[in-house]
Ligand binder design. Structure first.
Ligand code: 6PG
Length: 247
């Protein structure tokens, strides 16, 4: 599929959504015989998927030694804080399944979000052995995303300068636009786009108002976040606006 198109896949409910996401994740892993990089997201949307990956059905199908786990955005709070995104992913599955050397948290022990961003960008560049993004060599096999009530994704909030960043891969965000109101560190649109697949998970009636705006084409951050290759939105029936629901 050409870059910048978006495919919507409708599923019955949150459980089915996590299953379909897990199957897509496995397919991306199976397609790469070398080192695999998956960019995770925070918030509540991916939790069910994360827990599923640790179950017997999936755990044995993941080449854990070859998979590296990056996080697309972080709340600037210590690892021990329950609001920390990577800590949530660790609790849900990584700590039980992944070699610790393959988990790449954003360093929230830095002096400030800008320093954490610079350090993480440096780590991503060293990890990939490149200094510049190249569409031929995407950073990630798959990037997971969610959408917030204001249309933000990762920690790219509407109207914030981070959204317009074209050079840096990771930036500090001094203030969040929604809860939790802590500073953030986020990958930028070009860094997130550098993937074979960007996969949004959107479920529940609470997401219907923002999904309606996204599907109407408003230039919200979540609408501007597109993979250079394939962008897929997995949505459940409860989240879909009434007029696009299957009969
Ligand atoms: C975060 C996330 C953020 C999230 C959306 C959706 O740090 O909060 O990375 O971008 O994906 O806010 O959040 P929910 O899944 O909780 O609705």
């Amino acid at each position: 599929m050409a870059g910048n198109e978006r495919r919507l896949i409708e599923v019955a409910d949150a459980g089915a959504l996590a299953e379909v996401a897990a199957v897509r994740l496995l397919a991306r892993m199976a397609a790469n015989p070398g080192r695999i990089a998956i960019c995770l997201t925070g918030g509540s949307s991916p939790k069910q998927l994360y827990e599923l990956l640790a179950t017997e059905d999936y755990r044995g199908k993941i080449p854990w030694e070859r998979v590296h786990w990056i996080i697309g955005d972080e709340r600037f709070v210590p690892d021990s804080d329950e609001r920390n995104n990577m800590a949530m992913a660790r609790r849900a599955f990584l700590d039980r399944c992944a070699p610790s050397a393959n988990i790449h948290p954003i360093p929230t022990d830095a002096a400030n979000p800008d320093e954490a961003a610079a350090r993480y960008e440096h780590e991503l560049k060293a990890f990939n052995g490149v200094d510049r993004l190249d569409p031929v060599w995407p950073l990630f096999d798959l990037v997971l995303m969610g959408v917030g009530p204001d249309g933000h994704t990762a920690s790219l909030f509407p109207g914030y300068p981070a959204l317009e960043e074209t050079e840096r891969w990771v930036v500090g965000v001094p203030e969040a636009h929604v809860e939790p109101f802590v500073s953030r560190v986020t990958l930028t649109l070009p860094a997130l786009a550098s993937c074979r697949e960007m996969l949004f998970e959107v479920s529940g009636a609470g997401k219907r108002p923002i999904l309606t705006r996204v599907l109407a084409g408003e230039p919200l951050p979540a609408n501007r976040a597109r993979s250079d290759s394939e962008t897929v939105w997995l949505v459940d029936k409860a989240a879909l606006p009434g007029d696009t629901r299957a009969a």
